[in-house]
Design a protein around this ligand. Structure first.
Ligand code: ATP
Length: 241
């Protein structure tokens, strides 16, 4: 069963075609990694799915409902949480205050949705470092801790689909591995579905079930993560490792 069906999606910025007839299916309880070089269209894909950008063509279906062109404010109550690039937190607020902002989204969700993180304590159990520093202002956190904070904040809105944009950017390999293993464990334990955008193909494929490679706005490969990892020709041609 699929949670997200993207069909023939085309997004333009003036004369630039950022997405060109993109088809992606995101299976329930799976991690789908969207890979590709700088400018391939990865961020545009997430921004279009979450309604920040309106497509010029195509459809986006979430849990069987057509959400194409629906306002981005409605996505949280539909069960989608988007963690954009850049780890945006409110720097002067404490970690706990930032997390409470995520809980405001949950108020719009039905109470009976399965969710791995429902309370602040759940978030602190998953990311103990956030619990230890709950009263510290968010600007005191390291890059890795900030990434954990934005993921925890998104999870507190009780999504069924989590969109993650370049969580590994600028982080040390050890921290990337820690965060990715956590995401994989969450998916395994709770049935959460993840659409993960990454330039770091090797790390992304180590936790993903499926990989989709974009090039100049088009899907050039859709394969199981296992095949992509093990096929040297595909790796060299499309992933650079
Ligand atoms: P990166 O890894 O650098 O974020 P990406 O794969 O996410 O790259 P996008 O950011 O989606 O790629 O960009 C796809 C194309 O759309 C690129 O040619 C980019 O220059 C262009 N583009 C992205 N955002 C805008 C914008 N706001 N206005 C005009 N062009 C844009």
């Amino acid at each position: 069963m699929s949670v997200l069906e993207i069909k023939n999606l085309t997004t333009t910025y003036g004369p630039v075609k950022a997405l060109d007839s993109v088809d992606v299916t995101v299976g329930a309880g799976q991690i789908t990694a969207v890979l590709g070089a700088n400018g391939a269209g990865k961020t545009s894909l997430l921004r279009t799915v979450s309604g920040l950008v309106k497509p010029v063509d195509g459809t986006i279906t979430l849990d069987g409902t057509d959400i194409t062109g629906k306002p981005t404010e409605s996505m949280v109550h539909r069960g989608m949480a988007h963690v954009p690039e850049g780890r945006g937190v409110i720097a002067e607020l404490t970690i706990e205050e930032n997390l409470r902002l995520g809980m405001r989204g949950a108020a719009k969700r039905p109470n009976d949705v399965p969710a791995p993180v429902r309370t602040l304590d759940d978030a602190y159990q998953l990311f103990p470092v956030l619990g230890d520093r709950r009263s510290a202002q968010a600007h005191t956190l390291s890059g890795g801790e900030r990434q954990m904070l934005v993921i925890a904040r998104a999870l507190l809105s009780r999504p069924t689909l989590l969109l993650l944009d370049e969580p590994s950017l600028g982080l040390a390999p050890r921290i990337v591995a820690q965060i990715f293993n956590l995401v994989r464990a969450l998916v395994n334990d709770s049935g959460l579905t993840v659409l993960l955008v990454e330039q770091n193909a090797r790390s992304a494929l180590s936790i993903a079930h499926t990989g989709v490679v974009l090039n100049l706005g088009k899907v050039v490969v859709t394969e199981s993560a296992e095949v992509l990892q093990n096929d040297a020709t595909l790796r060299h041609s499309y992933l650079g490792f």
